[in-house]
Design a protein around this ligand. Structure first.
Ligand code: UT7
Length: 323
């Protein structure tokens, strides 16, 4: 059977570091509160004029170099983002042009913090259906642009960044020993809109709006939903937690990571956590965390990797892949 193999990956962070101490000069907060409640120490933010597409292109170039592939060989560009450069066109088409591509298709996927998992499902299904052989998948965000910088309950949580995969069709035997994407599981529940949303948009206010969140409620749903998605993914594959080499969760809050790991019995040393230095980078968080674990040699070829995320909508999901 056809499997979607990750043949290259890359990541990019903007240069500007924003520390908790710097934030405590803007709003009534403290380094101690932010660390204790979230595990975040610092995050990266874009400078004036730096856009989501800029971060996306940098991550894409790194992934293409890792795959030793020319952009001209890409059939499909999928950008998962909730912070596009413009309302239209899709940031994916901007990225396509900047990479010098003159063929293929490009579009954005909007699933907020679950965007990379949703994008992975889209890429995998295009490949398995034979409609694309090589897909460039990018999660890229400038969440700092959606912050109400006077709201201490949200502005301390998010950061900017981008991560990318190059996926390509390969042969598999249809077993869990195959390399590549083994499955993806997606869920959403639109009734939970009010717990996490942006209070603006082209057809409502004609403005961009700011992120609004009922943090405690989101937290309550997060552990339950994420655990359910992981259980669904493992059950479908006929695997258990004991089979997983690396758990690469969406990086929203260290307490959510710990709670999910505890609930599922995942040993803490198998959990990749970068929330301390990235904050919540929405759709970029999973590939950014994975890039860290690849760079320091934790994730190796053949390892079984479990990805998960949850975000506004609500949307949530999990993916299993053998690296
Ligand atoms: O990607 C998915 C999206 N987001 C998430 O997954 C986030 C999920 N939620 C969370 O991570 C947590 O709920 C937060 C980190 C947002 C908040 O932590 P919490 O432990 O749930 O705190 P809380 O909202 O119950 O607030 C406790 C207190 C409140 O004061 P009072 O009412 O007890 O006097 C807040 O006003 O902490 C106050 N507070 C702050 N204090 C200092 C809220 N934000 C801050 C802050 N600095 N930045």
């Amino acid at each position: 059977m056809i499997r979607s193999l990750v043949i290259g990956s890359g990541a990019y962070l903007p240069e500007t570091v924003l520390t908790n101490t710097e934030l405590s000069r803007r709003v009534d907060t403290s380094d101690e509160w932010i660390r204790e409640r979230t595990g975040i120490r610092e995050r990266r933010v874009v400078r004036d004029g730096e856009m989501t597409s800029h971060l996306a292109v940098q991550a894409a170039r790194a992934a293409l170099a890792d795959a030793a592939l020319d952009a001209g060989e890409i059939d499909l560009v999928v950008v998962a983002t909730t912070t596009p450069d413009e309302t239209f066109p899709a940031t994916a088409t901007t990225v396509q042009a900047r990479l010098g591509m003159s063929r293929g298709a490009a579009f954005d996927v909007q699933a907020v913090c679950s965007g990379f998992i949703y994008g992975l499902a889209v890429a995998d299904n295009f490949i398995k259906a034979g409609q694309a052989r090589t897909v460039l998948l990018i999660g890229a965000e400038t969440m700092s642009r959606l912050m109400d910088w006077t709201d201490r309950t949200t502005c301390v949580l998010f950061g900017d960044g981008a991560g990318a995969f190059v996926l390509q069709a390969g042969e598999g035997h249809g077993t869990n020993a195959d390399r590549g994407v083994l499955n993806t599981k997606l869920f959403s529940d639109g009734r939970l809109h009010d717990l996490l949303y942006v209070d603006g948009g082209p057809s409502s206010t004609r403005t961009t709006g700011y992120l609004r969140m009922q943090g405690k409620e989101v937290f309550r749903h997060a552990v339950t939903n994420i655990a359910a998605a992981i259980e669904a993914s493992l059950a479908e594959a006929g695997l258990t937690i004991a089979d997983i080499d690396w758990f690469i969760p969406h990086q929203a809050n260290q307490r959510i990571l710990d709670g999910t790991a505890r609930r599922l019995g995942i040993p803490p040393e198998r959990v990749v956590s970068t929330v301390a230095v990235h904050g919540n980078t929405s759709s970029a968080s999973v590939p950014l965390a994975l890039a860290t674990a690849l760079a320091d040699g934790r994730v190796k070829p053949g390892d079984l990797v479990l990805l998960e995320a949850m975000g506004g909508g609500f949307t949530w999901g999990a993916a299993l892949l053998r690296w």
